[in-house]
Design a protein around this ligand. Structure first.
Ligand code: HEC
Length: 176
């Protein structure tokens, strides 16, 4: 049935394919470096730097370390200016006691966190439930909501300017 040449050709074909695969693999590895040999100092260092940066940023954002404290800026807080800044919040937050994309913010200063009736908070926010929203906590939260509450549904980048935050808090305090 099979003559010798057919068998030899078939065998040659298989061997050729294997060789191509081996060479291809070797070439790719030497270029892109998935192999052990490539996991040397270069790659490891790049990652160390990136992780350290991210951690530092998160810590600063969470603690507000680089910022003046709320007490520092509260004295100059201006509720009227805060009402203007609140324009950025209005698309999600009502102040008539009804929930929208976000929970209503009536009486939010001093209100226990994650307790607006009927609002489905994220798991992240629920894990903070209990303690009241003091001006200090709102000040930290508004700097970067997702840095303070991991996995928050509040898709708002934050108010980087400390005075903007103090003004909004002064305005929120007027909402009963
Ligand atoms: C894109 C929509 C959106 C914008 C804009 C927004 N928020 Fe929110 N906010 C939310 C959502 C959604 C939640 C609920 C978060 C969760 O469950 O993780 C929330 C939660 C809050 C809470 C906590 C309330 C509670 O009951 O615990 C405060 C305080 C708050 N927002 C203030 C503000 C302020 C002040 C601004 C404007 C500077 C603002 N938000 C802008 C959507 C938004």
């Amino acid at each position: 049935m099979f003559d010798t040449m057919t068998v030899v050709k078939a065998g040659g074909g298989v061997c050729g394919a294997l060789l191509l695969f081996l060479f291809g693999n070797w070439a790719a590895e030497s270029i892109y470096g998935f192999g052990e040999s490539a996991k040397g100092e270069g790659g490891a260092q790049a990652y160390t730097v990136a992780v350290a940066d991210a951690a530092a940023t998160t810590t600063a954002a969470t603690t507000g370390a680089a910022d003046p404290t709320y007490a520092d800026v509260a004295a100059k807080a201006d509720a009227a200016a805060g009402e203007k800044t609140f324009g950025k919040c209005k698309s999600c937050h009502h102040i008539d006691g009804t929930n929208a994309t976000g929970p209503h913010l009536n009486g939010v200063v001093g209100r226990p966190r994650a307790t607006a009736d009927g609002f489905a908070y994220s798991d992240g926010m629920m894990s903070k439930k209990g303690d009241a929203w003091t001006p200090d906590l709102i000040y930290i939260f508004l700097k970067s909501p997702k840095a303070y509450v991991a996995g928050t549904k509040m898709s708002f980048a934050g108010l980087p300017d400390p005075q903007d935050r103090a003004n909004v808090i002064a305005y929120l305090t007027t909402l009963k």
